[in-house]
Design a protein around this ligand. Structure first.
Ligand code: AMP
Length: 210
């Protein structure tokens, strides 16, 4: 099973990807998480990516295409994978198509800008393992502490309101055209916004015929 989770920042791609990853026993590949780890480690890619990420802008396509190509070589991707937050531009989608990857489905999570702005203000992320929470919708057991690894939870710098607005702008101009791209290929599965994480998962599974 090769899946893409498409949608604006804060639509719940990472959350749904983690749930699907467990259910289907295939890895999630999140370019956002890979880039954040690279920034933290201070690698060459991290140094290149940091200023784009802090500004809510996209990291250049060639960097992303390289990261994904390398990650997909790993043996855990043999049985399939879930892409979270990538592709994000037509150039990235075309590069993957040209490399011969055939996706089974593209889940498009449809959430309005108003809803996104509200959600992002409550989002918290683990500084060590990258797990995400929401102060209202998906709180950690102890406030400010990661359930999975015990490290500190913080608001991502790019979840601050002014950066969220620029990320939404970038989403509409660069990423939204992918909806039509995958619709034309007959694999787009739109999933309308749902009130809870569980209800969204149910709709995602329905869209996948599971
Ligand atoms: P995310 O966690 O997916 O919201 O990604 C956080 C940030 O990493 C984005 O705002 C971009 O700066 C960068 N990023 C992640 N994935 C991509 C991608 N596929 N293309 C370009 N930039 C990306």
């Amino acid at each position: 099973m090769k899946l893409i989770l498409l949608g604006p920042p804060g639509a719940g791609k990472g959350t749904q990807a983690d749930i699907l990853s467990q259910k289907l026993d295939i890895p999630t590949i999140s370019t956002g998480n890979i880039l954040r780890a690279a920034v933290k480690e201070g690698t060459e890619i991290g140094l290149k990516a940091k200023s784009f990420m802090d500004a809510g802008q996209l990291v250049p396509d060639e960097v992303i295409i390289g990261i994904v190509a390398e990650r997909l070589q790993k043996p855990d991707c043999n049985r399939g994978f879930i892409l979270d937050g990538v592709p994000r531009t037509l150039a990235q989608a075309e590069a993957m198509e040209q490399s011969g990857i055939q996706f089974d489905a593209v889940i498009s999570l449809e959430v309005s800008d108003e809803e996104i702005v509200g959600r992002m203000s409550g989002r918290r992320a683990c500084t060590a393992c990258g797990a995400t929470y929401h102060v209202v919708a998906a709180p950690s057991r102890t406030e400010g502490v990661c359930d999975k690894c015990g490290a500190e939870l913080v608001q991502r710098a790019d979840d601050k309101p002014e950066t969220v607005l620029s990320r939404l702008k970038v989403y509409h101009s660069e990423t939204a055209p992918l909806v039509q791209f995958y619709q034309e290929r007959g694999i787009l599965k739109p999933v309308a916004n749902q009130p809870t994480i569980e209800a969204t998962t149910a709709e995602v599974l329905k869209a996948l015929g599971m």
